[in-house]
Write a protein that binds this ligand. Structure first.
Ligand code: S6P
Length: 614
């Protein structure tokens, strides 16, 4: 029989699911930056409960229209625009001469642009067709594996990169991805497309209503993101397309690598796969085809989270490794390798993690990556991504403190997986596997027998099953990397307090976090942040008059600026005292709680709806 507390929790989770849609809920934030009411206590949750909360957040992606002003993934307006974009892709596939489909974005959005461009080019090569897809990621290929957040702020760089890539082309479908409708790099590209309608058709993919697109001025640019979007709206449906369903706030506020990334993958793969089917079977893309594919992804969500207990085991193991200074390694085969690399690389900017904390390796290294700039190994150890690099750099010092997670499918070379398993087992028994198989698959699970935990998922066969495996693996890995950092104490409530302030979006997010936790005015919070960034007790004029770019450049060379500023605000102390308090509480969540308790702010200033100073 279920306990009363359990029922109460279920009820409150249901009402929390829709709470963010109310116009009164954190009205000053766009959806992508709001804090999710579902996860406000995620920092104190058990591994099982963390997975349950993440599942509830992910479920919001597929929620149908709820009568609010937000359009959703399955809304008619969204599906109609997807249909129009898919038909444009279909035309390009039928007549690809001098044409391109460019996918572009920053951070996770750029990494997904890469993943999808590679996947659909591979599909074309398999049919002996010329490839038409290209990707752009702000910061170039090194941003596929490391954090290059600063390039996100440069609209001119975005524009110039696009112009160069498309030189001499007759027709370009440009798909700019910015989950928050906020990246200046993408705004510059969209604006460029609008100015050259004879060649370029721009598509914007993001997860905020257009009225919530970023309003802040961009460095060296006369327009804001919102103004660019407004110009697109004037051309909407003919020469410009906007696909922007709301998918609800992220489980960790602003962490658009999670739902934002998953929804990007669902939307764009649906469009591109439908266009491929139509072009190569001489049919046309229909609304029904699109809806069926998206429902397929909804099933991926349900099937994956039906294994919540096993996901929780993985998360707990990874959390233990991180807590005791160990490492988590994803060893993947095939396209799951890219999913692993992407998830691991995001831990650096998201949790201020070291690249060795959670690290991805892909069986064939750069040969499997197939990225524009080729082998990046010479850039340093964190660019060593092949299994042979794992063998030479990590394996010798591997121990039971470390967690190794294998990711493979029935299409991969199981013999190769088995060899690796034996090598890892010589060093640690802390070995786990995530395996995707097909119905009717009768292979004996000799690998699973050597693992401490096994997550086997079986899927019905389909032409797009590999993309479903990728999404399923993304959900599992996002849960593992997020959950393990929660268990490590990196999250306070559902905020990443110790964020790296490396671009203007993160600068403003940091100020809002400080405001929410301290309850003082935004101006005071910005001052405290600047003092922490420049490490000064008083702010001279050359600092206060400098631009955000100068601040973020300086902040990128410093650690723990937001926790420092927060302690100063909560205690009203000097930077040096704040530093010594943080030293005695290396876990950020503990430091924040200790300060809140000692300043008796716990109940009055850290409430959910702290809006008094906005
Ligand atoms: C978010 C991730 C970031 C974003 C990047 C682009 O979890 O760490 O790197 O992907 O800032 O954001 P957006 O809103 O333009 O897609």
């Amino acid at each position: 029989m279920r306990s009363l507390t359990m029922e109460k929790r279920d009820f409150s989770e249901i009402s929390d699911t829709c709470k963010w849609e109310s116009p009164d809920y954190e009205p000053w934030f766009p959806v992508s930056e709001k804090s999710n009411p579902l996860t406000r206590d995620i920092d104190k949750s058990s591994p099982n409960h963390i997975v349950r909360l993440l599942a509830a957040c992910d479920a919001q992606m597929f929620q149908k229209d709820t009568g609010t002003s937000y359009q959703r993934l399955f809304s008619d307006s969204v599906v109609l625009t997807m249909l129009e974009v898919a038909r444009t892709v279909e035309q390009i596939l039928r007549d690809p001469e001098d044409s391109l489909v460019v996918l572009s974005g920053c951070g996770t959005s750029g990494r997904l642009a890469f993943l999808m461009a590679s996947c659909f080019n591979r599909a074309l090569r398999d049919r002996q067709q010329n490839t038409v897809y290209c990707y752009i990621i702000a910061g170039g290929d090194r941003a596929l594996l490391t954090s290059q957040e600063a390039s996100e702020d440069d609209p001119k760089l975005g524009m110039l990169t696009l112009e160069k890539l498309c030189e001499g082309k007759r027709r370009v479908l440009f798909i700019g991805i910015s989950c928050g409708l906020s990246a200046p790099f993408v705004a510059g590209q969209l604006d460029f497309c609008l100015k050259h309608p004879d060649i370029y058709t721009p598509v914007l993919v993001g997860f905020n209503p257009v009225t919530q697109a970023r309003e802040e001025t961009m460095p060296g640019y006369s327009l804001t993101f919102r103004e660019v979007v407004q110009r697109m709206e004037e051309q909407r449906g003919q020469r410009a397309f906007i696909i922007n369903p709301a998918v609800g706030p992220e489980a960790i506020s602003g962490s658009s690598r999670m739902k934002g990334g998953s929804a990007t993958k669902i939307l764009l793969e649906t469009i591109l796969a439908a266009a491929h089917t139509a072009a190569f079977t001489n049919t046309h893309v229909t609304r029904r085809v699109l809806l069926d594919m998206m429902r397929g992804y909804e099933r991926v969500y349900s099937v994956t989270y039906s294994h919540s207990d096993q996901i929780a085991t993985l998360l707990q193991t990874a959390g233990l490794s991180l807590q005791c200074g160990g490492r988590v390694c994803y060893l993947s085969w095939g396209s799951l390798g890219l999913v692993g690399l992407i998830d691991a690389s995001e831990c650096i900017p998201t949790f201020g993690a070291d690249y060795e904390d959670i690290r991805g390796f892909i069986s064939g290294g750069y040969q499997d990556m197939d990225n524009i700039e080729g082998d990046l190994t010479s850039l340093g150890s964190q660019f060593c991504i092949a299994h042979e690099d794992f063998v030479s750099l990590v394996l010798p010092t591997l121990s039971d403190r470390d967690t190794v997670l294998l990711l493979y499918t029935c299409h991969d070379d199981v013999g190769d997986v088995e060899k690796m398993v034996h090598r890892v087992r010589e060093k640690t028994s802390n070995l786990h596997s995530l395996y995707h198989g097909l119905e009717g698959d009768t292979a004996v699970d000799s690998i699973g027998l050597l693992c401490s935990s096994v997550l086997n998922i079986t899927w019905p066969s389909s032409s797009t099953v590999h993309m479903q495996w990728e999404l399923s693996s993304k959900l599992v890995l996002n849960a593992v990397s997020t959950g393990s950092h929660v268990l490590k104490g990196k999250i306070y409530r559902n905020h990443m307090v110790d964020l790296q302030v490396t671009n203007s979006k993160l600068y403003h997010r940091a100020i809002h976090i400080l405001q929410k936790m301290s309850g003082v005015s935004l101006t005071q919070c910005e001052e405290a942040l600047l003092k922490a960034i420049y490490h000064v007790e008083q702010l001279p004029e050359d600092i206060t008059s400098a631009g955000v770019t100068t601040h973020t450049l300086t902040a990128s060379r410093r650690n723990r600026v937001v926790p420092l500023a927060l302690v100063c605000l909560l205690i009203g102390c000097s930077l040096s005292e704040a530093e010594s308090r943080l030293e005695s509480h290396p876990v950020v969540r503990d430091a924040v709680e200790a300060c809140l308790t000692s300043s008796q702010h716990l109940t009055s200033s850290a409430g959910d709806q702290n809006s008094t100073n906005h």
